[in-house]
Design a protein. Structure first.
Length: 123
């Protein structure tokens, strides 16, 4: 049996790697961890929140059907309400801030390709 100890990278498809990189680094404040050429037309790019173990790979795709998906990726922040307001102010398409008893506040947001992510308040 294999001993898996962590999750390194989760890949998402994007139509424009430079635009996606700018969204994650400039808008969300992620750090660029890797940006290496793979071919004349694409690069392997990894971004992550500062200090995070797991990174997001921005996978170039030529097929528009590959983007705009619900990634299922959940990010965390100390204050979901503050993150919601900051992201909305930065022009990010954010969903309603959801609050239920005994559940951390959370909301959905989309990247420029319509890929869906979630932010959940740390507890």
């Amino acid at each position: 049996m294999t001993t898996i100890t962590d999750v390194r990278t989760i890949a998402i498809d994007v139509s424009d790697q430079d635009r996606a990189l700018a969204f994650f680094t400039d808008t969300l404040g992620f750090e660029k961890r890797l940006d290496a050429p793979m071919s004349p037309t694409s690069r392997w790019i990894e971004v992550a929140p500062p200090g995070a173990t797991t990174s997001i790979a921005l996978n170039a795709t030529q097929d528009a059907q590959d983007v705009g998906t619900d990634t299922g990726i959940r990010f965390t922040a100390p204050d979901a309400s503050a993150a919601h307001a900051a992201m909305a102010d930065a022009g990010v398409e954010v969903g309603e801030l959801l609050r239920w008893p005994d559940v951390p506040p959370m909301f959905a947001f989309d990247d420029p390709d319509g890929n869906r992510f979630y932010l959940i308040e740390e507890r």
